[in-house]
Design a protein around this ligand. Structure first.
Ligand code: GDP
Length: 445
């Protein structure tokens, strides 16, 4: 995500740093910053006000006379990005021992039904007892979709035959059902449409008036940029939203929605969807997002994902094996599977400071796709016998040929993998001597 805005902002700020730091150079550079924001589909007024604020601070005496003025300017841009998207607000107004109602709205295809499931899953993990309500009677498949999601995450779904009911009645009945089952959160999956229209707003306002939800959240597709922001404005006028959940930030989004929605509507982004799977919901952190936009990585999210997704017992077993020099190709395969649960290699690289550009560079070099390469490595290891995985030194030329044939690779590639593995094992042994085990453990704790 945000590849082009990161590149363009980097170029704009780089041009300021390279030139002599005069007021006119800074103003020129800020023109480029504004251009970068507009190209990322940031709202025009937001982009204009943003660059004005940064310019005012950047041309001040304090900055121009500072020891490293260019760095100071990047610092100002960072702070302004954070306040544009902030402050942090993850509150959901959930009360224990009482039923809280969360009303989810959004246009069709924004990811509303999926996000209802993600939210229910997250709340359940936090010890709540949620119930999902299929109140989208517009899209016939939505009820079934929500029921499947409920089944996957072990959360009850209240539904009625669409032809025999209406959305308000479904929600009212669901509330009774939730109380009877001691649930403490009711998540309403309301109707979506392709475009905002009066009938939709009327239906949502009826649900809103009758149920008086504790939270009204809008699900917006980040890929649609300014359209997402405009629809947020309309929904907010009708429903007084408490928050926005921005979806599809794992995709090729330009950043306009993330950067404008709070500034235009005053409604905070509370969570972000970063994948189709039901565990791909993250709290929104404006500071982390600003770091990513500026190409500075996001180690905090990387560590959080690792803690959430990785099996710490298995990691510890593998770590122990590494330290004892017993780490086999089989373990390597298991470790790879664990890491891949955290997301694609490319998306992980982007979270590491300084590696964002690396991921882009890999894109440009044909045939250097880390995810594809991992797939080939997996195929090679899976074509080995268990004995070979444990004792790779047994793999001679004829075994190498067999493995290459079985995995659709070539013998040189198999040779390369074995060499890499040997080097890695050697490195791990020497790292063990440096006490890196403790350091790695610390990261995982
Ligand atoms: P609804 O019409 O708003 O209820 O949308 P759905 O929940 O059916 O989602 C529409 C499509 O978007 C589905 O294919 C989802 O899997 C996908 N989707 C939802 N959230 C995300 C996300 O955060 N990332 C990605 N990549 N896809 C998402």
């Amino acid at each position: 995500m945000f590849e082009s805005i990161t590149r363009n902002l980097g170029d704009a700020l780089g041009s300021i740093a390279r030139g002599r730091l005069t007021e006119s150079n800074i103003r020129d550079g800020m023109g480029k910053v504004r251009q970068a924001l507009l190209e990322a589909d940031v709202n025009y007024d937001v982009a204009k006000a943003f660059t004005q604020r940064v310019t005012e601070q950047a041309v001040g005496e304090k900055v121009l006379k500072a020891l490293r003025p260019a760095e100071q300017i990047v610092g100002i841009v960072y702070q302004e990005l954070v306040s544009l998207m902030g402050p942090v607000d993850h509150s959901l107004a959930i009360r224990r021992g009482e039923l809280s109602v969360i009303m989810m709205c959004g246009l069709q295809g924004a990811g509303k039904t999926t996000t209802c499931g993600k939210l229910a899953r997250m709340l359940k993990e936090q010890g709540n007892k949620p119930m999902l309500v299929a109140a989208d009677l517009q899209r016939p498949a939505a009820i079934e979709q929500l029921r499947v999601i409920g089944e996957q995450i072990g959360v009850p779904v209240y539904w009625e035959e669409a032809a025999r009911s209406n959305p308000v009645q479904v929600c009212v009945n669901a509330r009774k059902e939730a109380r009877a089952h001691d649930c403490n959160v009711l998540i309403l999956d309301t109707a979506g449409r392709l475009h905002v229209d009066d009938a939709l707003m009327k239906e949502l306002m009826e649900v809103d008036n009758k149920l008086m939800p504790d939270q009204a959240l809008l699900v917006c597709d980040a890929m649609t940029g300014q359209d997402a922001v405009n629809s947020a404005k309309v929904f907010n006028d009708a429903l007084e939203l408490d928050g926005v959940i921005l979806t599809k930030l794992d995709g090729d989004t330009r950043g306009g929605a993330a950067l404008s929605v709070k500034a235009v509507t005053g409604v905070p982004i509370k969570f972000i969807g970063v994948g189709e799977q039901l565990d791909r919901l993250e709290k929104f952190h404006p500071d982390r997002m600003a770091q990513r936009i500026l190409g500075q990585g996001d180690v905090a999210t990387l560590l959080e994902t690792a803690q959430r997704v990785l099996d710490s017992d298995e990691m510890e077993r593998q770590q122990q094996k590494m330290l004892e020099g017993k780490f086999s190709l089989d373990d390597f395969l298991k470790a790879m599977a664990q890491i891949q649960r955290m997301g694609s290699m490319k998306s992980l690289l982007k979270l590491i400071p300084g590696m964002g550009q690396m991921a882009q560079a890999l894109d440009a070099l044909d045939g250097m796709d880390p995810d594809k390469d991992l797939g080939r490595v997996r195929a090679m290891i899976q074509s080995m016998t268990l004995d070979e995985r444990r004792n790779p030194e047994k793999i001679d030329r004829s075994r190498r040929n067999r493995i290459a044939q079985g995995s659709g690779t070539d013998p040189a590639e198999v040779h390369g993998l074995l060499k890499q593995f040997k080097d890695m094992s050697g490195m791990m042994q020497s790292m063990a001597g440096l006490g890196s085990g403790d350091r790695m453990k610390k990261v995982m704790d």
